[in-house]
Design a binder for this molecule. Structure first.
Ligand SMILES: Cc1ncc(COP(=O)(O)O)c(C=O)c1O
Length: 154
């Protein structure tokens, strides 16, 4: 099944992945895919929404957008990784949508399971595993039918 996602807002140097494990899965995937860069990661506890995009200079900014995915236009180029569990805004539970900048691939820790490995999934168009994406496809079709974000912002 082909998902009709609006890619016009996602620059070409980003991969869009559909993965199993929901948002919780990505809590593990983020360090497993990125921590080999520096051996550490700073984070802000989720549950808040910034009304601006923090400038983290050369440090890749990772955002959990489970609660506001596709609710408004965002500048994807300001982020290293955007991910979210689907069930609140874009689909059914157990699925995660991940948008990752390509230069952040190819550095997963060897212990990273393949279903959480962004590089393996980017190379194979997210097919090593089969997340339940039917509802996400229907929702993207609905979003496509909207003129703009206004309906979703209500
Ligand atoms: C901000 C945020 N991140 C992650 C999750 C977990 O997502 P999932 O249930 O897909 O594992 C939730 C769940 O509601 C959430 O609100």
């Amino acid at each position: 099944m082909e998902l009709q996602i609006d890619k016009t807002n996602v620059p070409n140097n980003y991969k869009i992945l559909f993965l199993s494990g929901g948002g919780q899965g990505q809590f593990a995937a983020v360090p497993l895919n990125l921590i080999s860069r520096t051996g550490s990661a700073d984070y802000v506890v989720t549950g808040i929404e910034f009304d601006f995009i923090p400038d983290t200079k050369v440090v890749p900014l990772v955002a959990d957008m489970s609660s506001n995915f596709m609710s408004k236009k965002i500048d994807v180029s300001k982020f290293g990784v955007i991910y979210g569990g689907a069930q609140k805004n874009i689909g059914t539970s157990g699925v995660a949508l991940v948008i990752v900048r390509e230069d952040l691939l190819n550095q997963a820790l060897p212990i990273c399971p393949s279903i959480l490995d962004w590089t393996i999934n980017a190379k194979a168009d997210s097919i090593p595993d089969t997340p339940p994406m039917f509802v996400m496809g229907r929702l993207f079709q609905w979003i496509d039918r909207q003129d703009n974000c206004q309906e979703r912002q209500k």
